[in-house]
Write a protein that binds this ligand. Structure first.
Ligand code: ADP
Length: 427
């Protein structure tokens, strides 16, 4: 059969014709799909903007909070719960809603924005031990200022939440993470220390912060001491060491970075690193410093055991104190209930510049507390003195925490507190 006849017979065959048609349609669709993908890529590249924010970025949490505020119609949220213990011991819980993992849309500045929160199943943020996350925003247009405004608003919103508050950080891996909600600043006058103590510390810190030039010229250059000042508050528990440091941070508008030296996994290198990356304008607080180390001569075996457990070594701590590498003034506070348990090397001048004893309630503190609590009665009568005498008659040292407990019990009874002073510490 000649070729032309063969082809025409195929064309006449209805099955072959239909098959040929299908192949044609399929090929056409494939071309269309390719073209639309290509078109989409071009469109994305030239007419859309994306912004990717990884979870390690500072603005990540701000942005999530801000999106929750703006994407009001989002029904898919995830919760972040925080506990907060108040000074009174009461614990309150608060819930923060943020957009859940997945896709959300919201309208901002006359533009629809797509938010995609992704969680990697197989990648961990090694520092934090949590799954790696990113938020990707996609918007129509080419105006990058949109994202800039958005991030700026998110930052402002976050700062507003922190206004008048003290932020607490804790070390996580090799970085500082905010924990809990920022706390309302505690006025420094609400912590009553013995006469002159609070002022001495406050003016020393102020002088340190306000004279960087003087410091770097003399102390840093001549003496080779880093731009750092160390404070040690020692004395029995419940007398106001921690409360004072919190109030001081509030007064200076500083945040507090709490370091637990006994924490496992906190190695010398990490300690050194954490010091150099601590947030600006923060007080670094090492609480109960005696708990992390015993005196060197006291127990060689315990020290070896400690060192074996991936912890900070004593020499690592000394190195950190001696070599804080930072252009910024570093304020370091240490507290202990047992000064005598501390190694002399730790508290020598240069490492600890100011030592203050925060002891049991003195007459001065008792009187001031009474005057603050019952100002009307205190100014018109001799009740404040009577209260001081009533406590003194007990002939036992009392902490200000115990005094506070008594005042809370007799909050509306300025005479009852004097008559029942012996109940201190039992309520
Ligand atoms: P420390 O750190 O010395 O163990 P804290 O600062 O934790 O003591 O105090 C425990 C509680 O007692 C806090 O609720 C605090 O309000 C109260 N308190 C302790 N000392 C004082 C003080 N000097 N003035 C006012 N309140 C105090």
């Amino acid at each position: 059969m000649p070729l032309a006849d063969f082809i025409s017979s195929l064309q006449d065959n209805p099955y072959f014709g239909a098959g040929f048609g299908l192949v044609g349609v399929g090929a056409g669709l494939a071309v269309l799909r390719k073209a639309s993908m290509f078109g989409m890529i071009l469109f994305r590249r030239h007419c859309m903007m994306t912004l990717e924010v990884p979870c390690r970025d500072k603005s990540y949490q701000w942005l999530l909070q801000w999106i929750t505020m703006n994407a009001r119609h989002t029904q898919h949220l995830s919760v972040e719960t925080t506990f907060k213990q108040h000074d009174t011991g009461k614990i309150s819980t608060s819930f923060d809603f943020v957009p859940s993992v997945g896709t959300h849309f919201f309208y901002y500045n006359k533009t629809w924005i797509r938010v995609e929160r992704n969680r990697e199943q197989h990648t961990l943020d090694l520092h934090m031990g949590v799954p790696w996350e990113t938020v990707t925003l996609t918007a129509l247009g080419r105006n990058k200022a949109l994202y800039f405004h958005m991030l700026d608003e998110a930052r402002k919103l976050a700062l507003k939440r922190e206004e008048g508050k003290t932020i607490m950080y804790t070390a996580m891996g090799s970085e500082w993470r905010q924990f809990g909600h920022p706390r309302k600043r505690r006025p420094i006058s609400s912590v009553i220390l013995h006469e002159g103590v609070a002022n001495r510390i406050l003016s020393d810190v102020r002088e340190f912060i306000n004279t960087p030039q003087w410091y770097s010229e003399r102390v840093v250059t001549f003496l080779g001491i880093p731009y750092r000042r160390g404070y040690l508050l020692f004395g029995p528990p419940g007398c106001g060491k921690s409360s004072f440091i919190t109030a001081l941070a509030g007064e200076l508008e500083y945040s507090i970075c709490i370091l637990n030296l006994s924490e496992r996994g906190l190695t010398d290198d990490r300690l050194q690193h954490l010091m150099s990356v601590a947030p600006q304008q923060s007080i670094i607080l090492l609480e109960d410093i005696d708990a992390a180390f015993v005196k060197r001569e006291e127990s060689a075996t315990t020290k070896v055991a400690y060192e074996g457990l991936n912890r900070v070594t004593f020499s690592g701590l000394l190195n950190m104190l001696d070599g804080v590498v930072s252009a910024e003034a570093r304020i370091l506070f240490m507290t202990t209930n047992y000064l005598e348990r501390l190694d002399a090397a730790l508290i020598r001048p240069g490492r600890v510049d100011v030592k203050e004893y925060i002891g049991h309630a003195t007459d001065y503190q008792l009187r001031l507390m009474y005057e603050r609590f019952y100002p009307e009665v205190a100014t018109s009568t001799n009740a404040a003195n009577d209260f001081v005498n009533a406590i003194k008659k007990l002939e036992k040292p009392v902490s200000m925490a115990e005094v506070q407990g008594l005042f809370m019990f007799y909050k509306n009874d300025p005479m009852g507190i004097i008559e029942n002073a012996e109940k201190i510490g039992t309520l």
